[in-house]
Design a protein around this ligand. Structure first.
Ligand code: ADP
Ligand code: ASP
Ligand code: MG
Length: 428
């Protein structure tokens, strides 16, 4: 008998039929003799719809109230799921984040879990109940307010519960069969992976692969939680995310796994580019620019500075940041134009970012050459490049991104013979 934490995402509980399907899966796990704790997301696109509604009544919704609003989505699905399980003759109890002891810091909209005190969950388990917890939400002890963990945060709820309850595995269910070498909605020939290192998964998640939320992978890595990403809609085994020293339960003793050089390709259309042009090429200007940007709250990703034209002694600095942060950053920079002494500000929200991730890059050469060749053969122009130890990213025109990703995926020999199945969801 094991303790299994299961997380069901929005596409898995989009309507009454789906909720009943999920309830049956949970009950089957219980029947097999396991203790089950479930983290559940809001139904379908509920969170997006609530956000749209908030933006209709207020241009910048008050963060505390936004969390009150968004956390209601998960309350609906948790109660419905518990009811569905009840009607199948099993005891189930639903809990909000605060009832479940998900203690966070006070940062509305992006709260971090600081402690998990699952006293009530343990009691319910001891009494033989199936436990359902509202994902994506927590409670701050100082403000005594409800918080949310950021988009995709139910994954973190599940992993944090698995860590606190010392679960055997954290199963994350969604509308695809596991983690693929690329988003199957963008690259239908993407290949499902049996396992992936948490280091590689972190890079993929940080660069646009929303199949797992980056903070959940981080949390799992830190607390030694084994993640199994799999599908609600089929019973096939999914993908194991392996931290240091963890082994896939599927791997036979003593077998040596051949590590592919490239684990996957990620695409991201959520970034924008700002160019500060005519910046005096003297020490301290980059510091001034990025201090202003940081104070605006923006999270800068890539940075490129051109060689200055000798005749003018001025240079251009471009950087990327989330589209949602661009307006505030531009306003902050415009306000400091005279002090910093630059000439112009340009904003471009039509960019796309393509990243190639693989731990094998540490030991193999020629990985970037393959990327650049594939893009060149496709006639695709590169605007920015950045690298980490196990990742290469390029910025392109957003319109070129899907085509570029398919070409690059094929160039690394990642294409599968069969097309991947996306079972549900709108991809929103
Ligand atoms: P949920 O609603 O269950 O949280 P998400 O929509 O957040 O599900 O995540 C599942 C989606 O992630 C898939 O439908 C797929 O389009 C997308 N995705 C992006 N990159 C990958 C990848 N490498 N492997 C699998 N799915 C991916
Ligand atoms: N419902 C939240 C969202 O849509 C949290 C989650 O689904 O993980 O982002
Ligand atoms: Mg998700």
């Amino acid at each position: 008998m094991a303790l299994i934490v299961q997380k069901y995402g929005g596409s898995s509980v989009a309507d009454a039929e789906s909720i009943k399907r999920v309830a049956k899966r949970i009950v089957d796990t219980r029947r097999a003799g396991h203790d089950v704790v479930v983290a559940v997301s809001a139904m379908g696109d509920t969170t997006d719809e609530l956000l749209d509604l908030a933006n209709e009544v207020a241009p910048i919704p008050a963060p505390r109230e936004l969390d009150m609003l968004l956390s209601s989505g998960e309350r609906i699905s948790m109660a419905l799921l518990a009811m569905a399980i009840h009607s199948m003759g099993f005891e189930a109890r639903s809990f909000t984040g605060s009832q479940a002891g998900m203690i966070t810091d006070a940062k509305h909209g992006a709260a971090r879990i600081v402690d998990v005190t699952p006293v009530r969950l343990r009691e319910a388990l001891d009494e033989g109940a199936i436990v359902i917890v509202a994902g994506f939400q927590g409670f701050n002890r100082d403000t005594r307010d409800i918080t949310t963990l950021g988009r995709g945060g139910s994954d973190t709820t599940a992993v944090a519960l698995a860590a606190a309850l010392n679960a055997d595995v954290c199963e994350i269910y969604s509308d695809v069969d596991g983690i693929y070498t690329a988003d199957p909605r963008v690259i239908p020939r993407a290949r499902k992976l049996d396992s992936i290192t948490s280091e590689e998964m972190l890079e993929l998640a940080a660069n646009g692969a929303k199949v797992l939320y980056i903070r959940a992978v981080e949390y799992a890595r830190r607390h030694g939680v084994l993640i199994h990403a799999r599908s609600t809609f089929s019973s096939v085994e999914g993908t194991y995310v392996l931290g240091e020293g963890q082994r896939s339960p599927r791997e036979t003793e003593g077998a040596v796994m051949e590590e592919p050089i490239v684990a996957g390709v990620a695409t991201d259309l959520t970034q924008a580019k700002i160019t500060v042009s005519g910046v005096p090429d003297v020490p301290g200007k980059a510091a001034e620019i990025f201090t202003v940007v940081a104070k605006s709250g923006a999270n800068v990703d890539m940075i490129v500075q051109n060689v200055s034209a000798a005749s003018t002694g001025r240079t251009d600095i471009s950087f990327t940041l989330p589209k949602a942060d661009a307006a505030t950053a531009l306003k902050a920079l415009a306000g400091e134009k005279a002090r910093i002494g630059f000439e112009n500000l340009l904003h471009d929200d039509q960019i796309g970012k393509l990243s190639v991730v693989g731990a094998g890059m540490r030991t193999h050469s020629g990985v970037s050459a393959t990327l650049f060749e594939a893009l060149s053969e496709g006639g695709i122009n590169i605007e920015m490049i950045s690298t980490s130890e196990i990742r290469i990213s390029v910025v392109l025109r957003g319109d070129d991104l899907a085509e570029a990703a398919r070409a690059v995926h094929a160039a690394y020999g990642l294409d599968s013979e069969i097309e991947a199945i996306v079972h549900a969801g709108t991809g929103r």
